[in-house]
Design a protein around this ligand. Structure first.
Ligand code: DOR
Length: 432
């Protein structure tokens, strides 16, 4: 792990995978002044110091558009400093943080304040997503234009999902003139009710309230209804978990109701099912909840088919004390920044479901492109944000070694193959 400044160096002998340019070949990557100077075939004259990365994969710094950094207000769970240190350890050089803080990030002044903290304390690049409703109360929409102007890449209702078609329509309309999608947490609260895990075999066995998986698709249908009266409706679906949602997205794409409809999922939805709750208890409690094997397979298939273009962590740290309250009372959420790449490589690459290039695209170019972030490519002149991966390194997840304050993961003890070898984050006065 290192922070690079103006010094020049060349990473030699690595397999360079840059989905943005279609590159996948042995090449040397030269860096100067915090930017990619050039990517050349091996043997070309070196720039500055040589750093051998033979046998490793060199790709753009990973990008995660769904991270809860908890500052301000929940610093006992995570801070800008600890969360972004975890990001770097996980190979992420750019993250977008969610606005469900205390107070919520719903107005330019609060965004500006947090941006100052970020400038002083963050280890990686951080973009702040704006909250869709004032104080997350879901009564009144925020001033989207002012939030975008303040530097938010987009607006989201994560953790405070909109319920009314009217508000959804207004939200889509407010973003229609921009290139930004509304980032929607799909949850129909009449169907999710007081459910704490998926409604099914495990909720019945444990006799805890379950959340109907149709809650996700019901909310999506409401968004689709809202979109019919909006030209240029763009929607990004956060943390997609259910088979029915994927099928509905395919149908909606064919109907062209949305001018853009994208999906992300998180590693826990393509690796785990509700059964994980039996082993990990509240450390497997997340919203939306882990679903059935049928759902998991549908999510996997959608990743393979390209219907899901983005892998995000939904890194959501909570304290061990909070998670110790048990399934009913513990808050939902899992940490993911430090294991996401390893889980993706183990369950997607080493199972031969996806190529390295496809996985890297879903964790670099695709999310950066969705939100117009200056990240996700190794093109000459781009910021020298680089992740170096050892795809064959075997390791065991030990939450006690996390840089994050959160320990809440059902992947504890899992054996993974593929790990971050190093992360380089460009230090630039001015980004692209
Ligand atoms: O599991 C979750 N945790 N889902 C959310 O939507 C919010 C998040 C949190 O903030 O903890």
């Amino acid at each position: 792990m290192q922070q690079q400044n103006a010094q020049a160096f060349t990473l030699t002998g690595g397999r360079v995978i840059d989905p943005a340019s279609g590159r996948d070949e042995l090449a040397d990557v030269a860096v100067e002044g915090g930017r990619i100077a050039r990517v050349r075939p091996p043997g070309a004259p070196l720039l500055g110091e040589e750093v051998s990365v033979a046998g490793l994969v060199v790709c753009p710094g990973l990008v995660d558009i769904h991270v809860h950094l908890r500052q301000p207000g929940f610093e006992h769970k995570e801070t800008i400093a600890t969360g972004t240190r975890a990001a770097i350890a996980g190979g992420f050089t750019t993250v977008c943080c969610m606005p469900n803080t205390n107070p919520p990030l719903d107005r330019p002044q609060r965004i500006a304040q947090l941006q100052q903290t970020i400038a002083q304390q963050a280890w990686c690049h951080v973009y702040v997503l704006g909250a869709a409703t004032v104080d997350d109360r879901r009564e009144e929409l925020t001033d989207f234009a002012a939030l975008l102007e303040a530097g938010c890449p987009s607006i989201t209702d994560d953790a405070a999902p909109l319920q009314s078609t009217e508000q959804m329509q207004e939200a889509l309309q407010k973003l229609a003139g921009t290139s930004r999608p509304f980032m929607a947490h799909l949850e129909d609260e009449e169907l999710s009710g007081d459910g704490v895990i998926n409604a099914g075999a495990v909720s019945r066995q444990l006799q805890v309230p379950g959340q109907d998986s149709r809650s996700e698709v019901a909310a999506l249908r409401r968004w689709a209804q809202a979109a019919t009266s909006v030209e240029q409706a763009r929607l990004h679906l956060l943390h997609v978990s259910a088979a029915e949602t994927v099928a509905e997205v395919r149908a909606l794409r064919a109907s062209n109701i949305f001018s853009q409809l994208s999906m992300e999922t998180a590693p826990h939805y393509f690796c785990l099912t509700e059964e994980a709750v039996l082993e990990s208890g509240a450390d497997a409690k997340v919203n939306p909840p882990l679903r059935t094997e049928h759902d998991r397979r549908a999510i996997l298939q959608a990743l393979v088919d390209g219907d899901i273009q983005i892998i995000a962590t939904d890194h959501a740290p909570h304290t061990p004390q909070e998670k110790a309250q048990g399934l009913i009372d513990a808050p939902p959420g899992l940490v993911g920044l430090e294991i996401c790449l390893g889980v993706a490589l183990t369950h997607l690459f080493h199972t031969r479901l996806l190529s390295l290039r496809d996985i890297i695209a879903k964790m670099t170019y695709n999310p950066a492109n969705l939100l117009g972030l200056p990240a996700g490519t190794l093109n000459s002149g781009a910021p020298a944000d680089i992740t170096i991966i050892d795809p064959h390194k075997q390791w065991v997840v030990d939450p006690n070694r996390f840089y994050s304050k959160g320990r809440n993961t059902p992947f504890a003890g899992h054996k993974l193959t593929g790990q971050v070898w190093g992360t380089i984050k460009a230090t630039l006065k001015q980004r692209l």
